[in-house]
Design a protein around this ligand. Sequence first.
Ligand SMILES: [Zn+2]
Length: 180
Amino acid sequence: MSIIDRLPQTIVDVPVPYTVTEAGEHAIEAPAIKAGHRLAPARVGRPGEQVTIWVECPNWCITDHLADPAGNAQDVNHQGAPAVLHLAADQAMSPPTEVYLSWWPGSDDVAARPCLAVDVDCEVAVYGRTAALAIADQIAAFAQSVRLLSETLPDDAPVIDSDPDMDEALRRVREGEVRS
Ligand SMILES: [Zn+2]
């Protein structure tokens, strides 16, 4: 029986499919993995005692599991590229709202399966598919309200762009208008 045969093939019974490499440093031959996933090396363990393991990593995951060590295999967390919404003019004062895919196989709640993470001012909440779609509907309705209100505004005054310290958010809005 090869080591590949002994590797878990699904996440149903084993939250985090992984195997510790024999020397702790050397990669083993990667076993077959299910569609939409890849085996990715990950560093786990306390500082000074870290080993490289292989984890089932969804293709949308952008986390470098080698560069971002986890305390143990159950702590490995997968994150997708965020979609970012900047509303505050002063971004240094108010972090953006971000949404991204997230999957924490070692979790015992909704994050145990791929979910939508919503990060508002560094407070992260996670939602399963139904709840995430409901949030999307709310945001779409919000966007429609923004559009309806904006369309009632008078035309812009001519831009006199001489202030190098012009508010960055306003600059982006103007650039967006130029492109559209
Ligand atoms: Zn990952």
